[in-house]
Design a protein around this ligand. Sequence first.
Ligand SMILES: C[S@@+](CC[C@H](N)C(=O)[O-])C[C@H]1O[C@@H](n2cnc3c(N)ncnc32)[C@H](O)[C@@H]1O
Length: 247
Amino acid sequence: MADLADKLNRPLLDAAGLAEGHRLLDLASGAGEPALSAARRVGPGGLVVGSDLVPGMMAGAVRRARGVEGPAPAFTAADMTALPFADAAFDGVTCRFGIMFVPAVEAALREVRRVLRPGGRAAFMVWGPRAGNGLFAEIGDAVAEHLGEDGSLDPLFRFAEPGLLAGVMRRAGFAETSETDLTPVRKAPAGQPFWRAALDMSFGHRLADLTAGRRERLEADIARRFAAQAVDGIVPVPSHARIAVGR
Ligand SMILES: C[S@@+](CC[C@H](N)C(=O)[O-])C[C@H]1O[C@@H](n2cnc3c(N)ncnc32)[C@H](O)[C@@H]1O
């Protein structure tokens, strides 16, 4: 995801209205984005708190923060449906590819409102439709062909329908909600297994019991699918993302 990071983070931080000196809470930070990019933007006078439900994810984010020049974000474990922060503690809240995994999404959005100062903005990045996301679409199709379809990817595309997340935000009390779509194209190196991390992340639970031979055949099929799309050694992989923002 590294080559896509800036194309995704910049518009997300813009949507949250993030500026120098702000206090930002990033939810579901995983391995640290966009918290790490946000820390550079708020500078030494601001504060970025990265958070995730899974403490182990924070360890990776903390490790990455050590290698970053300038002010580092603070990281802490936090469930976005019960945030360990005071009311109105933040100027902005971001969340990149996390809100779709929360069953009680309205409860999470109410918590986000509670920790935002009046007038502060929250910006959520989610995936658009599966067909517009080349990485997941090809991997998902290959897995379905080899192992059968089981809906493992469905949560990723929970807010793929335009207007759905903005509508939930309005129900949770957000004002001035809007959505913007982005369709950056990742330039992946042909002949390299750039898709393997996404395969493991999305289908690890199904691959664990596969024989080495079956896994090899599945991976060879995925590699073939992407190789067929290569132009001059580069596989263009489109990503359809959406930012839902509210005040
Ligand atoms: C796909 S990752 C996104 C990570 C990062 N923001 C990024 O874009 O690379 C989704 C993250 O959501 C986190 N998550 C799931 N449910 C959560 C919850 N209720 N509260 C906070 N984080 C949650 C997971 O632990 C996981 O790290």
